[in-house]
Design a protein around this ligand. Structure first.
Ligand code: NAD
Length: 511
């Protein structure tokens, strides 16, 4: 059974190929050719040529391409959902809600707002009143984008359109597990009228990704695992080009005694099992305070029992997308059980489905000795740990090398915010889970090993620009007080100015 099978080239003139199959039904999905390093360099050259004319266009015209793409996507939603489902085995509901709708929203959002967000800003200068400061956001040039397989459409489209609307050209390398979703991005943008060469798709695996890193691009936007992210950062460090790294997570959920337990239990089940747990912001560890632990756990198990897993018709939980992931999930559950965890639901591959399916699994009596509480599982596994109080929950939540997202459940929103601030993670949600990426205004990204930099919103969009500071002299004149010639009088005057500005309360008002 192969979801992605590597087929070597028979002659030096041929390209290597990948044979793909649907992870839920195992139906063949055809073969794709792997782009060679020469193909990648050619795509970057095309992008380099096309970028200046694209950057010259006003925001409104670049935005119009994005708006047309949103319209087209809304009209062709069924076709796009079907293609994403075929490649990933996720429920159509998830493909529509988290990939296509999020994409439409992002397209429209940046089309409408990029001009304002990236407009030149005039900033009052506090000290040198004879200067005017303008801050300009200029495009970087050509951005290389490398993406994973879990949300193959939105995670490829979203960084691409942000880079594009800022005036960059883009070369995208989607995951080798889900290249067809990369093709959807290409098809959508070209149907929306994006000029030739401004966007190129290069299909392939790590080798192609490695070639893109070395191809002379001006920035890398990488989404994927910590291990690959580290390699990307090392290469970008050597080449001295910026990168944003959106990496893995081990998101904690803290359930306080005053939580709405029905909502928290449903939120835990959704947070752990949506996309079969293959979400960087999946709920992967629950810390519930003792007083409500039994009641919360019972509700979670009841909700889990209602879930329907499948490949067709109406179902809630879909397939494991990448074959390699199945082994990791099985190993985490095996290790936990060996060390004393109790399986309250699931715990194994689904024997009644032919494709890659792991049953929604709830584990109790877990500890931080177990892999399932330390390493990213990226599968439908929900380990629940009871804790004495919120302080212990917080300490355990922070005892992780990851820090992407987290969620806190309490009826007291002020307390929820306080706990959120104490959690070491890039994003936190109070009384909901994992929605951060879907809130387009919200910067998204991790701390610790979960990544570097932020995507989305104003901060994310500005990340596709070089910030340029332009200082303009306001009044002219023959000379400046600090220019030559130096003299004892000037030195004395400067010392006096220093004493007034930073040594007196009048100075505090002036500086
Ligand atoms: P991965 O690191 O194996 O692959 C990601 C991409 O990198 C793929 O396109 C792959 O072909 C490419 N790649 C592999 N080796 C490379 C190399 N040496 N140089 C350049 N590119 C290379 O990750 P994956 O298994 O596809 O995705 C799952 C991981 O992604 C999980 O850890 C998940 O948490 C993470 N993820 C993070 C976010 C986020 O926003 N933080 C979102 C989704 C997924």
């Amino acid at each position: 059974m192969a979801i992605v099978e590597r087929i070597e080239a028979a002659t030096p003139a041929e390209r290597r190929r990948l044979r793909l199959s649907n992870p839920a039904t195992l139906a063949p999905l055809g073969e794709v050719e792997v782009a060679s390093p020469d193909d990648v360099r050619a795509a970057v050259l095309r992008a380099r040529k096309a970028q200046p004319a694209w950057a010259e266009l006003p925001f409104s015209e670049r935005g119009r391409v994005l708006e047309r793409a949103a319209r087209l996507l809304a009209a062709r939603q069924d076709e796009f959902v079907a293609a994403i489902v075929a490649e990933t085995g996720k429920p159509a509901m998830e493909a529509l809600a988290t990939e296509v709708i999020t994409a439409c929203d992002a397209l429209q959002f940046y089309a409408k707002r990029a001009g304002r967000i990236l407009a030149d800003r005039t900033v009052p200068v506090h000290l040198l009143k004879n200067k005017k400061l303008r801050i300009a956001y200029r495009p970087l040039g050509v951005v290389g984008i490398i993406t994973p397989w879990n949300f193959p459409f939105i995670l490829s489209l979203n960084p691409t359109i942000q880079a594009l609307v800022a005036g960059n050209a883009v070369v995208l390398k989607p995951s080798e597990v889900t290249p067809h979703s990369g093709r959807l991005v290409e098809e959508l943008l070209s149907s929306a009228g994006l000029p030739e060469g401004v966007f190129s798709l290069v299909i392939g695996d790590g080798e192609t990704g490695g070639a893109l890193l070395e191809s002379g691009v001006d920035k890398i936007s990488f989404t994927g695992s910590v291990a690959t992210g580290r390699r990307v950062a090392e290469t970008c460090g050597r080449l001295l080009i910026p990168c944003t790294l959106e990496l893995g997570g081990k998101d904690p959920m803290i359930v306080c005694a005053d939580a709405n337990l029905d909502r928290a239990a449903r939120g835990a089940v959704y947070g752990a099992f949506t996309n079969s747990g293959q979400v960087c912001t999946s709920t992967e560890r629950v810390y519930v305070v003792e007083e409500v632990a039994d009641s919360f756990t019972r509700k979670v198990v009841e909700e889990t029992a209602r879930l329907r897993q499948g490949a067709s018709g109406e179902f809630d939980v879909g397939a494991i997308i990448a074959q390699s992931q199945m082994g990791i999930i099985e190993e985490h559950v095996r290790d936990a059980v060996e060390r004393g965890a109790r399986v309250l639901a699931g715990g194994r591959r689904n024997p009644s489905l032919p494709g890659l399916f792991f049953e929604p699994t709830v584990l109790a009596d877990v500890s931080h000795e177990m892999k399932v509480m330390r390493d990213e599982t990226f599968g439908p596994v929900l380990p629940i740990m009871r804790v004495r109080d919120e302080d212990e929950a917080l300490a355990l939540a922070n005892a992780s090398r990851y820090g992407l997202n987290a969620n806190v459940w309490t009826r007291n929103k002020r307390k929820g915010t306080q706990i959120a601030k104490a959690i070491e993670s890039g994003c936190v949600v109070v009384n909901d889970c994992m929605i951060t990426y879907g809130v387009t205004e919200s910067p998204f990204g991790g701390v610790k090993e979960s990544g570097i930099g932020r995507v989305n919103g104003e901060i994310g969009l500005r990340g596709y620009c070089r910030v340029q500071s332009i200082l303009i002299d306001r009044f002219g004149g023959r000379t400046e007080p600090l220019w030559y010639p130096y003299s004892a009088r000037k030195l004395q005057w400067l010392g006096r100015a220093l004493r007034v500005l930073w040594g007196t309360s009048l100075g505090r008002l002036l500086s």
